[in-house]
Write a new protein. Structure first.
Length: 293
């Protein structure tokens, strides 16, 4: 008998229906190109061409000790804000997955309420709380800690920005945690894992997509945040956004501001690449070790 060669089935071709739906992406793509990539391209071009063509603006930024300190201070503040919001938001989001529907609606309402309040109003509220003689100084004095004035310090900016950024960490965590099958924890317990061990080696790795999403959003927004540092901070403790604002509004140094912003963008992309590389193997290895625990 002769063997009959079989040909693999042909892949379905994209029909006119699929080609028509691709046109729906054009409005969103146009908005991104016009309002994001075009301004970014203009900033990059001016940073390399003004006042003369070359990398002089970048060398000036990297050779300026003050701007390097500002950049490092911004990165450190953003990391602290991200870590603080994660520590606060993780148990809150986890509690939202344990309660009933009504209690979850109340907890979600508490998270969304800051979005219904003007950001400027919230910052002025923190201004009143952190100023000399404010509620925070009086509360600390009542427990024996005198002379703590947060207004005009990096610590005061950090505290206020943690409150501002908290919803952006809670919501991705809640979305990720709601998709986790809690029967996996019971399965880990039936295999001999204690509840803390099962939580750390099963639940936490499965929630890593939400952690990574929240950390990325909060970190990026903290790097470029302007209103809170401008109102609650000082020029001596300025962050990158304040320096860029001064260069554009007061010094009219658009090329220098573009160079500083571009350096900040490169640093941000590098940090996010490191975070993604660290988080992915951490989640998979921890999830794989759950069965062995």
């Amino acid at each position: 008998m002769t063997a009959v060669a079989t040909r693999p089935p042909a892949l379905p071709q994209a029909g006119p229906e699929k080609r028509r739906t691709s046109w729906l992406l054009l409005p969103a793509a146009a908005v991104v190109l016009v309002f994001f990539f075009y301004p970014l391209a203009v900033i990059l071009w001016r940073s390399f061409t003004e006042p003369s063509f070359g990398v002089g603006n970048y060398l000036a930024v990297l050779g300026d000790e003050v701007q390097i300190r500002v950049l490092l201070r911004t990165l450190r503040t953003a990391l602290i804000i991200t870590a603080a919001t994660l520590v606060i938001a993780y148990p809150y989001a986890y509690a939202m997955t344990l309660v009933g529907r009504r209690a979850r609606a109340v907890l979600t309402l508490l998270v969304l309420m800051p979005f219904w309040t003007s950001l400027m109003a919230r910052n002025f509220a923190w201004y009143v709380l952190e100023q000399r003689g404010g509620v925070i100084e009086k509360a600390l004095s009542a427990i024996g800690v005198d002379g703590v004035v947060l207004l005009g310090s990096v610590a005061g900016v950090t505290v206020a920005m943690v409150q501002v950024m908290l919803p952006f960490m809670v919501l991705p965590l809640q979305s990720s945690m709601l998709s986790i099958d809690r029967s996996l924890l019971h399965a880990a317990g039936s295999l001999g894992a204690r509840r803390p061990v099962a939580f750390l080696r099963v639940y936490v790795p499965l929630s890593m997509p939400g952690v990574l999403a929240g950390v990325s959003v909060v970190f990026i927004m903290s790097l470029g945040f302007y209103i809170t540092p401008a109102l609650l901070g000082t020029p001596q403790q300025a962050l990158v956004a304040q320096v860029i604002g001064t260069q554009v509004n007061d010094l009219l140094d658009f090329a220098g501001a573009g160079a500083l912003g571009t350096i900040l963008l490169v640093v941000t992309l590098a940090v996010l690449a490191v975070l993604s590389r660290v988080a992915a193997p951490l989640g998979t290895s921890a999830a794989g070790g759950a069965g062995r625990g």
